[in-house]
Design a protein around this ligand. Structure first.
Ligand code: HEC
Ligand code: HEC
Length: 327
């Protein structure tokens, strides 16, 4: 009897040691990314313009990093909160395993960050303090952004009106608090394709806009194989309503296979004027997390490139019910 206890004790003790060693290993050696690059950005007006375009209408940094008005369709950004942060993501709303806030990315918070610090955070997901960001911020997509575009975004962030706003540190539940440390990777910079090469350029835009992050169904935090861009990713609203992303593959039955370029463009154009941007919705009505009002600011050429790229991906039959009101 005594002997069994002793053996059990050794086994449990041994296991504990292994776990402790693993935790220590992950904490000391991860996230495993290179130090911030030495970088000085000499911002030109063109860079700031390009950065403003990307941050507001393509990579939509400003969408997450501002307060959104959910009394209106697709939660447009509240005026005067650009870059202030404060949107809370938790189990109930975003369905994430923990609780964290989009941070203040105005100069109030980023004053002491070098250009290299920002470059590193955007392209690897590791903050200046060394902590990894949960991949809700699509840094695995920003990772392959053309360095010139990353620099333009940084140049633009420096021009934001400084706003007050500080939030509690991220809290992730076990084991995500450890797993998240293994997610950030070094950047894999690409060269922005020539916009005249519309399909390639569209592919690049889809990448840095992270369309597939929302438009691919996930299971246990992993995109389902063979389902890229086929929709069905669920988002819950606080009242229990569920919206699911649409199938963007060229399937004729269940995707956008029968849409013309004009139809595709039309979906975005609705949100270009102040009526489209200010459509009131009650909590019981259809609403969407897709930042339509921001993407609507993309140029017709860029939206057409995205459309052309979508026509080249493999069609996937996948019927999605876009919205279910709570019972
Ligand atoms: C889908 C939402 C989302 C998008 C889009 C997004 N972010 Fe973030 N970002 C977050 C969240 C959430 C955090 C903080 C997580 C945490 O506390 O660990 C964060 C953290 C950061 C930080 C770290 C700030 C600090 O104080 O440590 C910077 C800088 C940043 N984001 C910049 C950007 C830029 C630039 C873009 C666009 C290229 C962008 N983000 C796009 C959600 C987003
Ligand atoms: C934050 C998540 C999110 C991101 C990012 C996102 N979408 Fe969506 N998208 C959705 C959801 C949810 C729906 C379904 C509800 C709706 O129609 O708004 C949707 C619907 C759509 C529709 C279908 C509209 C219809 O009438 O059937 C199109 C087209 C679309 N998205 C294109 C895009 C493109 C292009 C991008 C990248 C530039 C993108 N989405 C990025 C969440 C997202």
């Amino acid at each position: 009897m005594k002997k069994t206890f002793k053996i059990a004790g050794i086994v449990v003790g041994g296991l504990l040691l292994v776990i402790l060693a693993l935790v220590a290993y992950l904490n000391f050696f991860f996230p495993k990314v290179s130090p911030a690059p030495k970088l000085t950005i000499n911002a030109t007006p063109e860079m700031i313009e390009r950065g403003k375009y990307l941050a507001n209408h393509v990579s939509v940094c400003i969408d997450c990093h501002s307060e959104r008005d959910w009394t209106k369709f697709s939660g447009p950004v509240k005026p005067g909160t650009f870059g202030k942060g404060g949107e809370k993501f938790d189990k109930d709303g975003a369905g994430v395993p923990g609780e964290f806030y989009a941070r203040n990315i105005t100069p109030t918070n980023l004053r002491n960050w070098s250009d290299g610090d920002l470059y590193k955070t955007i392209t690897t997901g590791v903050r200046k303090n060394g902590e990894p960001i949960f991949p809700l911020m699509p840094y695995l997509s920003y990772r392959s952004m053309d360095p010139e575009d990353v620099k333009s975004i940084i140049a633009y962030l420096r021009t934001l009106t400084p706003l007050e706003g500080s939030y509690p540190d991220a809290h992730l539940n076990f084991p995500m608090n450890l797993i998240v440390r293994t997610i950030p990777k070094d950047p894999t910079p690409s060269v922005r394709p020539d916009p005249k090469d519309t399909v390639k350029y569209g592919e690049y835009l889809v990448k840095i806009a992270a369309c597939a992050d929302c438009h691919t169904k996930m299971e246990k935090g992993q995109p389902l194989p063979g389902m890229r861009l086929a929709g069905g990713f669920e988002f819950k609203f606080p009242n229990g309503n569920v919206v699911r992303s649409a199938n963007l593959t060229p399937s004729q039955e269940t995707g956008i296979g029968l849409w013309t370029e004009e139809v595709f463009l039309g979906k975005f154009k609705i949100y270009r004027d102040s009526i489209g941007r200010n459509k009131s919705v009650t909590p019981d009505e259809f609403n969407s997390v897709m930042p339509w009002t921001m993407f609507a600011g993309m140029t017709d050429e860029d939206l057409k490139s995205i459309y052309r790229y979508f026509t080249t991906v493999d069609p996937v039959e996948h019927k999605v019910e876009k919205f279910t009101a709570h019972k």
